[in-house]
Write a protein that binds this ligand. Structure first.
Ligand SMILES: Cc1ncc(COP(=O)(O)O)c(C=O)c1O
Length: 329
């Protein structure tokens, strides 16, 4: 809050907001890329990045569980005429290397032209698993062999780096570009960054303008973002520990299925097995008890740990689950 109130502001559409410049410089350094650009959301960050790589009719290879495929309103096809080639995501968020190879089009007038491989790190729908450096290096080899670029939807990139115990810069080395969100685990109110080379970021900036994402005194948002990068990264490990405790607790309850082995960052998935209650009833009973989440698909739910949730809150949450499940079984 203080950082926002003392931020030095300018007009970012005219490229003279010093606080935005500072955030973008810091983001480029952290990810080891030449440049970075601030955007209002992760969705716009992914959209502009993919539009910057692809012409109309080009194809992007992405996971069938990717946020960009499932939850970004089909923006890449609506606005860019870009064809998505969805390939199965494995449980750990990877796409099998052979499946990537097989998805790359040969030069044939019947086929779209493959331009880009999109990965997600950590993978939201795949239990929040981080993609490991070895895997990213292998995808890079395939991309290089075929003249393709790699873009990472890194909405939770810092969670991935913390979970793997490596720097964000190292994690980004094999890929051409990445996004990351300042909101979510880093807890800033608004904003995402796209990071890549100068030429790419220039294109992203033009596209941001097209979409109306150029904003004026964005320094107030950047100030919170800088604060988040300086103070909220190291504590992500705590969120990961809390998620483990939560998963352990849920795994012992009758009527719920939760596998703690599938928890390595801040995301916990569980399934309601009990036949005595519908998913919606469960959501509303839990909400009345102060635990809010929604049903992702029938009887499947996701919980997320973040700043402001302490260990005692996690144990309290487990107790509430225990009581509700006892009443319903
Ligand atoms: C993996 C992933 N990518 C992108 C986004 C989009 O971010 P935003 O909600 O800021 O548009 C999200 C949001 O939940 C996400 O989980």
């Amino acid at each position: 809050m203080r950082a926002i109130s003392v931020a030095i502001l300018g007009d970012d559409v005219l490229d003279d907001d010093p606080t935005i410049h500072e955030l973008e410089k810091k983001s480029a350094e952290l990810t080891g890329k030449e440049a970075a650009l601030f955007l209002p959301s992760g969705t716009m960050a992914n959209l502009t990045a993919i539009l910057a790589y692809c012409e109309r009719g080009d194809e992007v290879i992405l996971g069938d569980q990717a946020h960009t495929f499932l939850y970004e309103a089909g923006g890449i096809s609506t606005l860019g005429g870009i064809h998505s080639h969805q390939v199965k995501n494995e449980d750990d968020g990877t796409i099998a290397l052979d499946n990537i190879r097989n998805a790359i089009r040969t030069d044939n007038i019947h086929f779209p032209i493959t331009r880009l491989i999109c990965l997600e790190n950590t993978h939201n729908r795949c239990f929040g698993f981080p993609l490991k450096l070895d895997y990213l290096n292998s995808v890079k080899t395939i991309a290089d062999e075929n003249g393709l670029k790699i873009h990472v939807d890194g909405a939770r990139l810092f969670n991935a780096a913390v979970a793997l115990g490596i720097s964000v810069k190292e994690l980004c080395r094999p890929v051409d570009s990445t996004t990351f969100c300042l909101s979510k685990g880093l807890s800033a109110p608004i904003g995402s960054l796209v990071c890549g080379d100068n030429n790419f970021i220039y294109k992203v900036k033009r596209l941001r303008k097209v979409l109306g994402g150029g904003m004026r005194q964005t320094g107030i948002l950047a100030a919170a973002g800088i604060e988040a990068l300086e103070t909220m990264v190291d504590r992500l490990a705590l969120d990961h520990q809390h998620a483990k405790i939560l998963a352990d607790g849920l795994s012992s309850l009758d009527g719920l299925y939760c596998n703690p082995k599938f928890v390595s960052t801040n995301i916990v998935y569980f399934i309601l097995e009990s036949e005595n209650i519908t998913g919606q009833e469960f959501v509303s009973i839990m909400a009345k008890n102060g635990i809010q989440f929604f049903e992702l698909s029938p009887k499947k739910f996701r919980l997320v740990t973040h700043a402001g949730i302490e260990e005692k809150d996690v144990y309290k949450t487990i107790k509430i689950f225990q009581k509700v499940m006892r009443d319903k079984n």
